[in-house]
Ligand binder design. Sequence first.
Ligand code: G3H
Ligand code: 13P
Ligand code: NA
Ligand code: ZN
Length: 325
Amino acid sequence: GLVNTKEMFAKAIKGGYAIPAFNFNNMEQLQAIVKASVETKSPVILQVSKGARNYANQTLLRYMAQGAVEYAKELGCEHPQIVLHLDHGDSFELCKSCIDMGFSSVMIDGSHLPYEENVALTKKVVDYAHQFDVTVEGELGVLAGVEDEVSAEHHTYTDPEEVIDFATRTGCDSLAISIGTSHGAYKFKPEQCHVDPKTGRLVPPPLAFDVLDAVMEKLPGFPIVLHGSSSVPQEEVDTINKYGGKLDAAIGIPEEELRKAAKSAVCKINIDSDSRLAMTAAIREVFATKPAEFDPRKYLGPARDNMEKLYKHKIENVLGSAGKL
Ligand code: G3H
Ligand code: 13P
Ligand code: NA
Ligand code: ZN
């Protein structure tokens, strides 16, 4: 069945790679994630946001994730390592409901709360979750942009001075930190970037690796999570814009920085936007080039193929989790 994150994080930290955490809310995303992870022999975290749960229905998502384990076996994987994780849980009740519904891992995101309230809420979720062997991700620091329907103008980097107290008092199994990533396809303003003379592309300012280093020094070997880690592939953005889309100056995290992070105690890297872009690009291309098609399989099929290619690329060339099953 589904597994929690404990063993896979311990192995990832020792092995210097990161587990992909891909969001899903529909069948094609799920199929592409499972196929990519089986074909690359990678463990994988399937994550469901509160919005995805509302969109797709909690019961359907639950059985889809359980079905993913069977599907992986059907594809030839003997012992799939698949986690079903709640992404950005915003209340004890939501986390409890997911735990009661068979999730193997949850995030309680109290990062926007005053510190002591974040500690208390996270501990409450941990105390409940651990009774059922469900692992819990907490968060310290605030990512710029929209998170949990709460929007922040600026990053508040994680304060390394708080992490020991937070991890000890809450008992959380992993910690999401803020070092300059953010959610969505617009992670940086063009004016924050410089132009790479070789490629002519915009290069964003680097992540705060000094903050990550300081956190790791305080909590040696503790599992760290990076949210907002889409790279916003320019090819997908170009395809979307070529076929009638309008994504202006979409900028993500350079893959080189994620590669570097994956080698450290960062053992979970969250990617959602890149999958959305891959899906949208493929669908737009079919709609524009084959306007007579109206069978959903004729555009959702190519969308699924394009996502599978993207997931494999992340696993093999960025996170380094290929062959780690
Ligand atoms: O953290 C955000 C994830 O990308 C999920 O986004 O709330 O739109 O499903 P969502
Ligand atoms: P992206 O928007 O960069 O894909 O981040 C996803 C995420 O952090 C989900 O929790
Ligand atoms: Na790692
Ligand atoms: Zn996130």
